[in-house]
Design a binder for this molecule. Sequence first.
Ligand code: AMP
Ligand code: MG
Length: 415
Amino acid sequence: MWFANAAKFSGTIVATMIAIDDAQAMIRAESRPNPSQAVTMNEALGCILAQSVVSDVDSPPHDKALMDGYAVRASDIAQDVELEIIEEVVAGEVPTRPVESGTATRIMTGAPLPQGADAVVMVERTEMVAEDRVRFLLESIDSGTAVMRRGASVRRNQVVLQPGCELRSIEVGAMAEVGCAAVDVIRTPEIALVQTGDELVEIGNPLQPGQIRNSNGPMLSAMVQQVGGRAVDLGIARDDEAMLTAKIRQGLKSDLLLLSGGVSAGVRDLVPAVLVAAGVRQVFHKVNMRPGKPLWFGVADRADQGRCLVFGLPGNPVSGLACFWVFVAPAILIASGRTGQMTIETRPLAESHRLGGARPTYWPAVQEGEDGVRALPWQGSADLCSLASADSLIFFPEGGREYLAGEAVAVLPLR
Ligand code: AMP
Ligand code: MG
């Protein structure tokens, strides 16, 4: 019956909206880095290091040739001088004879330098005159040429990587070089996702009248992965207390829980009440911004394994997207051991833009190099497809007005 919910559907209780900055500060205050966990170097990419990495070797472990050619005494080299070849050494072998004046060892890149030698002449500057004689086609060579000294790159017991550093491919390679097969890193945050709504249908199913596809699930899962989190999508929950409660209980086992929909003033917006009933402490509800006003944020303290941060995102896809980049991404980044500071850039507007409405606004935009940033045509929080070419959100502060071309605006890049 249409009037069954009339008592609940009242506009008289107006929750006060908080400012964007205050909401961000509250989220930051509740955010903690995850505990550390040992991973192999093959699992470490993108993680934040929770220990120092110390070298167990001098690297290189021997004076080594940096070119294919001849290991010589630099003082022997003069134009057209000829030396006796006493040995050939390739990488992986060890020289057996010292280089004395008048002699040279044929040497390949990476091989250990023989005793007595102090430079390598590249093969291109030489000419064979007999099987065991080589002529040199250069006037002189400096001692140390084409030689890398033992430990020149890193010394045994030297700290190569500091706690807090992000493990990129370079760091993974450096770990392998210094003998570090496993490391402690900040555990990758696991983010549970639940999408609420009686109208939602998973992709691939036919749409009945009144139904829409669940675009938030795949989009949130993708955004979580973009910031280095691990998404666990628990799927659709109907606007039904029992089903919501079950999904929320499951989601509270993760480091963060992101719900979409059900946080506004509609009669089926059950999420805040069900979260509180499930023991989640509300930190704030409603932020003075557009899109994204209905955002709900709370914390579940768990005796055994720290806390779960809970975000009730508005159901409209662009509201969810804006809330994700402004509020959720920093929390995920902090959980993964990063600072969580998002880069805000200042750019000139490429074209004038008339902003209606008074609330602080994040407007979809595209950056156009020298021209600056262009506000895209956009129909509001339900219009996701107009963002297909967007790479940023322009932030317009409180108070609508005409913004002129060339005027500097704050821009939040979308990753
Ligand atoms: P709600 O916040 O639940 O009132 O939803 C606000 C609007 O967002 C409604 O038009 C919903 O149909 C739409 N919506 C809610 N959840 C999703 C979703 N998962 N994917 C796409 N649209 C959604
Ligand atoms: Mg809903």
